[in-house]
Ligand binder design. Structure first.
Ligand SMILES: Nc1ncnc2c1ncn2[C@@H]1O[C@H](COP(=O)(O)OP(=O)(O)OP(=O)(O)O)[C@@H](O)[C@H]1O
Length: 572
């Protein structure tokens, strides 16, 4: 009983995905298509009777009209089901994007189960057929076909109840066999979401531009293609094996419908022979019989429904999982981390009982070995993750953060800068000023700051690592120019040449008035002028103080500094 309720709820849910106007159009065509087989059966019988009487013109006209209407209705349904399905899928895609972007945090985006659901829900109409739109339309078609078959069986029953019952029972049994097999196929396809994503990755590596350089240098291309092909073959072979088994099972379905048709012919032929049925009635019954058997083709619609429901369920699960919004931070250009501990789902503690207070207007540098947790800490400050213990007090809406892997937008230089305050894109002067401050020289570019910085665009150019970094810095300056006053920079000078690094120290570390600056760098020359330097190790703070104090303390920082300085001395 509970199962039936669930099925009905699911099916209603699908119908609700359709817009009211599309549902009305589909409904109208469906009613036509449901009534037509029965009308055709009745009119065909009438035609035979009238032909025997020598006056068949009206019946012939009626039959021709019905055939024309049927042709139009079938064509309309074919065209319209595409339109309606695409509209539903488009709306779902929009909702998915909104759901994924709804939270400030990013923890959910890194969860493989979330990615599985996302690929199931957004594989709309892809080759795996997880299309909620197609499922919604299939539900309407299913109702139409079922009604058509029941009506036809009703007409048949008026003449030969036994034939009607036998055919309906056979048709329903065949349908359920086909459906069961197709649902097995769906299960196989559904659990393959994650392995197919990995296959996509190897496609991208072997054909994509980003990974292309390394792939060629190490001669990986052929290897990546082989790996992708092997994985795809393996996955597809499971699907083909299931398809083969389905075909074998469908032999039974074929035999059953064949037997049912034979029985119907026998019963109807007997009735004619015994004079219980006219030739006209016989034709009506035969046409109605085929209409009843038409229900066997419904298995395909059930498959579309079930696969599409997979997409809807994945979408519901995404909506239900919408991650908790990070606790709203307290305002102010300072930051406080109080006893903060944090672990990624797959790691041990990355931050361990961390306490740090950054005062408004302070320039704070964070240094430490690789993997010490520096980037993780600023991600928490920016509200991208929530701490497992303790609390982070900061105001992400005041922040301008430059991550190590900052975004490289395939847009113009100007637009790349404007992303720091996209609502102020029209501030051309501000953009120029920010670029100037970042030491950017667009003179050599074909269209100046209107040059698109992407190799994939005609007339576009790519930039050097240092030029990209300056562009990202200009974005930060533009954001600061429009009111953000908590600047967080993760390795901002990694790609800069010596002169640019010196400019950076002058313009950013000492030169941004009234802003709080948090600076992560392995280049100790970059952090030297900071008001305070925090040395991190193993997720907590090992030392802190200004450069002179840390040197005097002769601890980890002093050793790191001397190591770097001695390299410069040795290199002359
Ligand atoms: N999204 C993630 N999921 C799981 N583990 C992660 C994730 N990001 C970072 N880590 C792990 O957290 C640890 C700290 O990384 P983090 O990037 O914070 O270090 P870092 O101090 O900035 O290092 P570096 O100086 O190399 O940039 C590393 O061991 C890393 O493997």
């Amino acid at each position: 009983m509970g199962m039936l309720v669930r099925v009905v709820q699911d099916r209603l849910r699908l119908l609700q995905l359709l817009s009211a106007s599309h549902a009305a159009v589909l409904g109208t065509i469906s009613v036509c298509l449901a009534a037509l087989p029965t009308l055709l059966a009745v009119v065909s019988g009438w035609l035979i009777t009238r032909m025997a009487a020598g006056e068949a013109r009206a019946a012939l006209g009626a039959l021709a009209a019905l055939l024309v209407v049927e042709g139009i209705a079938v064509a309309a349904m074919e065209a319209f089901r595409q339109v309606a399905a695409t509209r539903v899928d488009g709306a779902i895609r929009r909702r998915l994007r909104a759901t994924a972007a709804a939270s400030r945090g990013i923890a959910h985006l890194e969860d493989p189960a979330y990615a599985d659901d996302l690929s199931r829900a957004s594989n709309l109409g892809g080759w795996q057929h997880l299309s909620a739109g197609a499922a919604a339309v299939a539900q309407v078609v299913l109702m139409s076909r079922t009604t058509g078959a029941v009506l036809a069986a009703g007409v048949l029953a008026l003449y030969s109840p036994l034939t009607a019952v036998a055919l309906l029972a056979a048709a329903l049994t065949v349908r359920s066999i086909v459906r069961r097999q197709l649902l097995r196929l769906h299960e196989v396809v559904y659990i393959q979401a994650r392995p197919w994503r990995q296959t996509d990755y190897w496609s991208e590596v072997s054909a994509g531009g980003e990974a292309g350089k390394e792939v060629r240098v190490f001669g990986l291309a052929a290897w990546a293609v082989r790996r992708r092909t092997a994985q795809a073959r393996h996955l597809a072979s499971v699907i083909w094996q299931t398809r083969r088994e389905i075909l074998i099972h469908q032999r039974m379905a074929f035999l059953l419908s064949f037997g049912a048709v034979l029985l119907a012919f026998l019963l109807l032929g007997l009735a004619v022979q015994q004079g219980r049925m006219t030739q006209g009635d016989l034709v009506t019954c035969l046409v109605a019989s085929f209409a009843v058997l038409g229900i066997t083709a419904i298995g395909m619609e059930e498959y579309e429904i079930e696969t599409g429901l997979g997409a809807v369920r994945a979408m519901d699960s995404l909506a239900a999982r919408t991650p908790p919004q990070p606790v709203p931070p307290e305002p102010g250009a300072g930051v406080r981390l109080e006893n903060v501990s944090f672990a990624y789902p797959t790691t041990g503690k990355i931050l361990d009982g961390l306490n740090l207070r950054i005062e408004p207007g302070e320039v704070l540098a964070i240094v430490g070995d690789n993997g010490a947790g520096k980037t993780t800490m600023i991600k928490l400050m920016a509200g991208l993750y929530e701490p497992d213990e303790g609390r982070v007090i900061s105001d992400p809406s005041r922040m301008a953060v430059m991550f190590q892997d900052f975004n490289r937008y395939p847009l113009t230089v100007a637009d790349n800068v404007a992303m720091g305050a996209p609502e102020r894109r029209d501030d051309r002067e501000g953009i120029e000023r920010a670029l100037q401050r970042a030491g950017w020289n667009a003179g050599s570019l074909p269209h100046g700051i209107e040059t698109v910085v992407s190799r994939e665009v005609h007339d576009g150019v790519d930039l050097s690592g240092g030029q990209w970094q300056r562009l990202a810095l200009a974005r930060i300056f533009f954001a600061v120019g429009h009111g953000r006053n908590l600047i967080i920079l993760d390795e901002p000078t990694a790609h800069l040449d010596v002169r640019a690094e010196a400019d950076f120290n002058r313009d950013v570390v000492s030169g941004v008035e009234g802003a709080t600056i948090v600076l992560i760098s392995h280049r100790l020359s970059t952090v030297r002028q900071a008001d305070r330097i925090v040395v991190m190790r193993g997720g907590s703070i090992l030392e802190e103080g200004d450069h002179d104090a840390l040197m005097a303390a002769n601890g980890h920082y002093a050793r790191m500094f001397e190591l770097q300085a001695s390299r410069f001395v040795e290199n002359g």
